[in-house]
Unconditional design. Sequence first.
Length: 311
Amino acid sequence: MDGTLAPAPDFLASVLAGLGRAQKRLEAKWFYDAAGSALFEEITQLPEYYPTRTEAKILRESVGEIAARVPEGAALVELGSGASVKTRILLDHLTQLSAYLPMDISEAFLAEVAAGLARDYPALDIVPVAGDFMGDIAPPEQLAGVPKVAFFPGSTIGNLSEADAVDLLARVCGWDGIEGFILGMDRVKDAATLIAAYDDAAGVTARFNLNVLARINRELGGTFDLDAFRHEARWNGEAERIEMHLVAMRPLTARVGPAEFIFAEGESIHTENSHKYTRTRMEELAARGGWRVETVLSDADEMFSVVLLAP
Ligand code: AVJ
């Protein structure tokens, strides 16, 4: 581990625990180092990857309906990396907002976002909140009494297990002043469309998936041979989710820090779940998290939905 950047604090522990399981696992959040974030940006532009552009279109076309549900003087609280095109659609049209709170793990990213937004939206109070939205993150005390609307786009909620998704929804529902939740959710659809979205012809998603092994090599002194693994996207119909795996193409051994991991030919590391939702499942999940589905905004083909929740 010489000459490398200091790894994210929990990275090593998480990798060792995940690779030690019978079905080897890596948490999806480790995809997003600088290289992985750039690759994800590239994914959002791919012809096969419909979620980003479909969600942006829904937001653009329904922004009036969304605005009607946001109270005067409200703060918009975005979970995960903000200041994307989608954020700006809301900030441009929800003229009643008093504040925007981007929440993100990366303080450097937040500082950059906050500076850009302060320039472009001088009337808005920009309040960055650093932390993991899966942890105990909440809007700061200084905004006590201010009505709040949460925004969690991209169907990122689909990365979470059902228990974690319910936990997140319940925690947000418990925030001071919370009056609504604008939640992006990807829809169940035919397997071919879903698999193409996660296994694109240009191979960008494959590079995104393999990058997590490159990151382990770089930050944790791992010895993964990247050429020995191939990307695979599977539709798990029973669990209604896309799974991404990295499949060993030959028997091999990889070392990470103190541990050695043995792979049989064809054995995989499960690197991501991306849950897709039917209307019924959306309502069940919302209810379990303490919310009521007020409106489901969708594109004509029901590829994707922006769900408006009320506490
Ligand atoms: C950022 C979690 C919404 O699940 O579609 C894209 C990540 N993975 N292609 C998704 C992802 C592979 C993406 N989310």
